[in-house]
Design a protein around this ligand. Structure first.
Ligand code: SF4
Ligand code: SF4
Length: 127
């Protein structure tokens, strides 16, 4: 199928076209962490036209020595603070963190393919 993304280390491929109808399943659901590096923080703050301190205060939570994106209650679970509920998409897509950019090719899912299949309709099993 044209446009499929595949990493040879993974037992599945990903069809990005699925995102058009999925309505952001990977940005909502159970509570979780979306880690943000200092460089990503600076890029996101700039994107929001905010200084870093204001950005951190508004959008990030500090967990020990790292920062994660805040969440908001959403449909019985949680949604990322940057999830646009009306458009069902990311409000900072161009500067979203690496953790979001690399989904669904996360090391964890290599051994837990059923979890990523449940979460992401773009997954195509290869074995
Ligand atoms: S869950 Fe999968 S198909 Fe849905 S938006 Fe996220 S990456 Fe795209
Ligand atoms: S930053 Fe964007 S892509 Fe990442 S979880 Fe939040 S809404 Fe989704």
């Amino acid at each position: 199928m044209e446009g499929l993304m595949h990493d040879t280390d993974y037992p599945y491929a990903f069809n990005p076209l699925a995102c058009q109808t999925c309505e952001g399943n990977c940005c909502i659901g159970e509570s979780g962490y979306v880690w943000v590096s200092p460089e990503e923080m600076r890029a996101m703050a700039k994107h929001q036209n905010m200084d870093e301190a204001s950005f951190i205060n508004a959008y990030l939570l500090k967990i020990r020595y790292r920062f994660t994106l805040k969440e908001l209650p959403y449909e019985g679970g949680f949604g990322c603070i940057f999830f646009d509920r009306a458009q069902k998409m990311c409000r900072i897509y161009e500067v979203r963190p690496s953790q979001c950019r690399t989904f669904p090719f996360w090391e964890y899912f290599k051994q837990n393919i059923d979890e990523v299949v449940t979460e992401c309709p773009g997954i195509i099993r290869l074995s």
